[in-house]
Design a binder for this molecule. Structure first.
Ligand SMILES: [Zn+2]
Length: 430
């Protein structure tokens, strides 16, 4: 399975634009189909003002324009990403975390100035220890009359509640002053003096450095995929699809905390390919089967001789052939498509399909595998289509008999609106 993702990653990885391999997709419309807006939070250090810009709508280029890479993997990990979908971190910890990271001195100095000007230092007690957190002073931009210290006192020193209140007041302020509700916001972006952090070279380098940080130790051994012996890491916790535990304390090698080197060791190249492969699978290979979500991952006998465009074309066809929600006329076409696809690819790029049934994890950034069916020949999809066709015919016959009306006649091609949906409930118990 890892090899299948790695193969896809070899095609999908772009060494010319390294950041593009880490970008995450962003929705451009909300559930109601309304366009989503970018909220730019711009700290102007010369004028000493904080300006909000809500004039830009999200489009397909927004993720690349603002280097959107998601947020830190674990909820407890420091959040430093300057383009985020939720605003809480920007109001509380992003600036402080960025200051402590490996960025250039000018940006560090600017961040310190803006932290001291726009944020308030709150001292709170956590597990008996005194800690500091800087919270954005919304009273300084006229969003509210209360500053963070007032809120903190009203919440009797509960820092979590304080951040919650602050967060609510920020969203309320956006609604009152700019007429925009949180349901219409797709991305928050940090900017300083009119320039977004995402467009600063030092921030882009930081993203790459953070992604490669796991190789700092340079472990020796044998890469689980290519066999190389140096510059390896056993830290696979950043991968979305976790094949081995990365947190269970019972399983580290030699009971050494956090070391899972006997499970999987990876070199930089293989990690890059796996990350790029996962991103590609995540963005292009998800399908639905009844109530279930499934990744359809092709596994090639030999490394496929294709570029990313070819791969995208191929997976579109595979997705199409698996589309079980289409109406019967289209399904018949798909059976032909599968045969065509097999004729096209069988000669040079013979492949089988892996079906990985999954649910998204709590953060929506990783997957929990429910069931894995490997090495499915694509012609199996034809059998599934035939079974659906048969069920539809029986369903239509029953409708004619029972309803005794005009719906569900034999000539309507089995309109999917009237068709019983097979696999509505699909039991994994065998
Ligand atoms: Zn390797």
């Amino acid at each position: 399975m890892q090899e299948a993702i790695w193969q896809i990653g070899q095609v999908a990885y772009n060494p010319q634009d390294v950041i593009s391999n880490y970008l995450q997709p962003l929705a451009t419309k909300n559930k109601k189909g309304q366009p989503l807006q970018v909220v730019k939070i711009d700290f102007n250090l010369q004028l000493g003002t904080l300006e909000l810009d809500v004039t830009e709508e999200l489009d397909d280029n927004t993720s690349s324009k603002y280097c959107y890479i998601g947020h830190a993997d674990a909820p407890s990990a420091p959040q430093w990403q300057a383009s985020v979908k939720t605003h809480n971190y920007l109001l509380s910890q992003t600036i402080t975390n960025l200051i402590s990271m490996d960025i250039d001195e000018q940006l560090k100095a600017d961040l310190k100035v803006l932290r001291d000007k726009f944020f308030q230092d709150i001292v709170f007690v956590d597990k008996g220890k005194e800690k500091h957190i800087y919270l954005l002073d919304l009273s300084s931009i006229g969003f509210t009359e209360r500053n963070p210290k007032d809120i903190f006192n009203q919440q009797e020193g509960d820092i979590k509640k304080t951040i919650k209140v602050l967060s609510k007041e920020f969203i309320l302020g956006l609604k009152e002053k700019y007429g925009i509700t949180d349901k219409n916001i797709g991305l928050f972006v940090l900017a300083i003096n009119g320039k977004t952090a995402a467009n600063m070279a030092t921030y882009q380098n930081l993203i790459i450095k953070e992604k490669k940080k796991v190789f700092a130790k340079g472990e020796k051994g044998c890469c689980s995929i290519c066999g190389i012996s140096e510059g390896l890491t056993a830290d696979t916790s950043k991968l979305k699809m976790k094949f081995y535990t990365t947190t269970n304390l019972n399983f580290p090698s030699g009971f050494e905390k956090g070391s899972y080197r006997k499970n999987m060791l990876l070199c930089v190249n293989c990690m890059n390919n796996l990350t790029a492969g996962e991103n590609f699978v995540w963005q292009n290979l998800s399908a639905r089967l009844g109530n279930f979500t499934v990744f359809l991952i092709p596994s090639f006998l030999f490394q496929p001789q294709m570029d990313q465009k070819d791969l995208e074309g191929m997976v579109n066809k595979v997705q199409g052939t698996f589309n079980l929600t289409a109406d019967m006329e289209k399904l018949k076409g798909f059976q032909g498509d599968i045969r065509m696809l097999l004729v096209e690819l069988e000669q040079e790029d013979y492949f089988l399909m892996n079906m990985l049934f999954y649910r998204k994890g709590q953060q929506g950034q990783d997957v929990k595998v429910q069931r894995f069916i490997k090495d499915v020949h694509p012609t199996r999809f034809i059998n599934i289509h035939k079974a659906i066709e048969k069920i539809n015919q029986i369903g239509n016959m029953l409708l004619i008999t029972l309803v005794d009306g005009n719906i569900g006649t034999e000539n309507d091609g089995g309109d999917s609106r009237l068709s019983p949906t097979p696999f509505r409930r699909f039991s994994f118990v065998q």
